[in-house]
Design a binder for this molecule. Structure first.
Ligand SMILES: [Zn+2]
Length: 321
């Protein structure tokens, strides 16, 4: 039944910019902005459909009649509703749908992950004017990890274009690669000016316990930090291998690979203590129980609101040190 209280114009305005989230909330797989299968039941195919969005949920399909429409028309076609039915359905989920949510990347497979990897090059083979290298140098970093990769063709869901990106493989405690982290950069080595210039691909498995293995670890101390740039900054100072957990929750759940006996946890000095909480929770877990490590240390930069990347940049510019 159509609820006459729903005003079509009001809802259209309200839905503007929220369509990726609305489609996700309704379980309609519109893909990642590239050509892909059509979500309309009896349509499908491989690459006939493209969700262009443009704020109004615009889409194109070579097979559907008509060949294009807005978000409400796609909801009608996929769910078999008339216009009032689509209005009612969209209004029932819109409260939970954020403006600016991004299109989800298509489900990842080991083959897709491998192709993204092989389509990229080791960052150190890209030359000193490589935007990836420039980005890291612009951030004050040296001794760039061999493990990082670079590509000019990383799909980016906000701009719906291929962009330049630094790629970092994320591995589970047993070494299995399950996803990749990307830092999108400009030609002159700045962060790409989009809402989220750092993005994770979907993961093949649950990421708990894993990290980005920036530098090879064979024996001795292992360091773990949160962000990739922070981990490189710490490595620049301490020289032993430092890995990146990527987030506070992954930091909290990090599992060192077999053989690690001594670990140093490098926390950001967050003013809300999120980083410190994760670091100490990890330290506590690695110190108790049967498999407790020999030594576990936590290092935090002295100044609130800073991380180790800030620290090396201050060291570099200070004439006193
Ligand atoms: Zn179609």
């Amino acid at each position: 039944m159509f609820n006459p209280a729903i005003n079509a114009e009001t809802l259209k305005n309200e839905a503007r910019g929220r369509w990726p989230a609305i489609m996700a909330a309704l379980g309609i797989d519109v893909g990642d902005g590239r050509h892909g299968p059509c979500p309309v039941n009896d349509c499908g195919g491989k690459d006939r459909f493209r969700f262009d969005d443009q704020g109004d949920g615009l889409w194109f399909c070579n097979q559907c009649i008509p060949h294009a429409g807005d978000g409400f028309q796609l909801v009608q076609k996929v769910m078999g509703y008339d216009f009032p039915g689509a209005l009612k359905t969209v209004s029932s989920v819109i409260g939970t749908c954020e403006v600016g949510a991004q299109l989800k990347e298509n489900n990842i497979t080991p083959e897709k992950l491998r192709k993204i990897f092989t389509d990229s090059k080791p960052i150190l083979s890209c030359g000193e004017y490589c935007p990836g290298i420039l980005y890291l140098k612009n951030r004050g970093l040296t001794d760039i990890p061999k493990a990082l990769r670079y590509t000019e063709k990383a799909w980016e869901t906000e701009t719906k274009q291929e962009q330049r990106a630094i790629l970092a493989v994320f591995s589970l405690p047993d070494g299995e690669a399950v996803t990749m982290h990307r830092i999108y950069v400009t030609a002159d080595g700045k962060k790409l000016p989009i809402k989220s210039p750092k993005k994770m691909l979907p993961a093949l498995k649950k990421m708990t316990g894993g990290a980005v293995r920036l530098y090879p670890w064979e024996s001795g101390l292992l360091g773990i930090a949160e962000g990739i740039e922070t981990a490189i900054a710490v490595h620049n100072m301490v020289e032993y291998p430092v890995w990146a957990a990527l987030s506070t929750s992954l930091m909290e759940g990090f599992i060192p690979p077999k053989g690690v006996e001594n670990i140093v946890i490098f926390s950001d000095n967050d003013q809300n203590y999120a980083g410190q909480k994760a670091a100490y929770t990890l330290a506590n877990r690695l110190k108790i129980g049967q498999n407790s490590l020999k030594t576990v240390e936590v290092e935090i930069p002295a100044l609130p609101g800073t991380d180790f990347l800030d620290l090396i940049n201050n060291l570099d510019t200070s004439p006193k040190l």
